[in-house]
Design a protein around this ligand. Structure first.
Ligand code: TXA
Ligand code: MG
Length: 331
């Protein structure tokens, strides 16, 4: 299949172009579109045949549930079989935005879209292009990150094409994503909210609204302890082998590696760049670091890096999202 590319102004997308993309979705096609977090691979969430195509294009296992996107809290409530006061409070504070809520699923969203579960993940994105598309379609859109299964999530249309050109109908290019890392996923189906996947919205921000929120650690070593289907340890990985190390160990690891080696440091690098060594100095601010992480990893892959040596990030909660993705990328 030929993948079409349509570019729009990220702040004021052209209604005719959005309409064109909406028609592709309504004909059960696959459209990659920008959200504030990462690019999503969209299909109609309330149409089993359409949503199934997402799994085929990504090579995603069928037990891995999709996130449903809607344009309002009202629309989210229509799709959940129950909606708690905590859900209301979190939605009120963080939507539209990079927060996904796991809630009981109503039959309007097919079971297969949710990996066979009775629960569903749902969010209202804040990106003007995503919202315009949702409003034009007037249906919920299921969208996982627009990458091949287990690979890095895309934060530009170019990343999407590199992974999915020829496998999807259309890429809606709305420029680079500002958050740059996937949404925080919070499970609201138990006694207290549990963070299944850390993201830009931190545990401290969530606790300001829902004080009993806890972080479910990813428990990389024990697959039986997997917090949610699809959250396998190995995920979000660049093609290069990624190694996380203390700042003092970077030099030794770079010397021991062969081939083109990328080095990712926090602030100024103790390692000098050379013909074989590419140094990327990242921000010491956790949100800025997370926002740039995938883009830099995609870039190091494109430079042909065989190994990426990455300085360990701080153990404070502000760094939960970056630490989680680096842990998985190096698993
Ligand atoms: O920022 C994001 O969340 C992006 C954009 C496109 O919205 N989407 C995204 O989707 O990252 P995806 O499919 O790559 O990650 C969704 C994760 C799944 O891996 C799954 O573990 C979890 O959300 N999830 C979805 N439904 C769930 C459910 N019913 N129970 C527990 N976890 C669920
Ligand atoms: Mg993903």
């Amino acid at each position: 299949m030929q993948t079409e590319l349509i570019a729009v102004d990220p702040h004021a997308p052209d209604p005719d172009r959005i309409e064109q993309c909406a028609l592709v979705l309504l004909r059960r096609g696959l459209v990659a579109f920008p959200t504030e977090t990462v690019y999503g691979l969209g299909a109609l969430a309330d149409d089993e045949a359409a949503a199934k195509k997402i799994y085929a294009a990504k090579g995603r296992p069928s037990h891995n549930p999709l996130i449903t996107h809607v344009d309002s809290v009202f629309a989210a409530r229509q799709l959940a079989s129950s909606w708690s006061t905590v859900a209301d409070a979190l939605a009120e504070r963080f939507w539209p935005g990079p927060l996904t809520l796991v809630v009981p699923r109503s039959p309007r969203i097919p079971r297969s879209v949710c990996g066979g579960l009775d629960t569903m993940a749902i969010r209202v994105p804040s990106h003007p292009v995503a919202l315009a598309l949702l409003r034009a379609v007037r249906r919920p859109i299921a969208a996982p990150s627009a990458n091949r299964s287990n690979e890095l999530s895309p934060t530009t249309a170019e990343h999407v094409l590199r992974a999915l050109d020829g496998r999807i109908d259309l890429v809606l290019d709305g420029g680079p994503c500002s958050v740059g890392i996937e949404s925080t996923v919070v499970d609201l189906c138990g006694d207290h909210p549990v963070i299944l996947r850390p993201g830009m919205i931190t545990i401290d921000e969530l606790r300001a609204i829902a004080p009993h929120t806890e972080l479910r650690s990813v428990m990389l070593r024990d697959p039986r302890a997997r917090p949610s289907p699809g959250m396998d340890a190995k995920h979000y990985a660049p093609r290069a082998k990624l190694v996380v190390a203390e700042r003092t160990q970077l030099d030794e690891l770079v010397r021991a590696s062969s081939g083109i080696t990328g080095v990712l440091t926090i602030g100024s690098s103790p390692i000098r760049a050379s013909e074989r060594v590419i140094v990327v100095e990242m921000s010491a601010d956790a949100k800025k670091y997370a926002a740039a992480l995938y883009d830099r990893l995609h870039w190091l892959d494109a430079q042909g890096c065989v190994t990426i040596v990455c300085e360990r990030v701080p153990s404070t909660s502000a760094w939960d999202a970056a630490r989680d993705r680096l842990q998985r990328a190096s698993a």
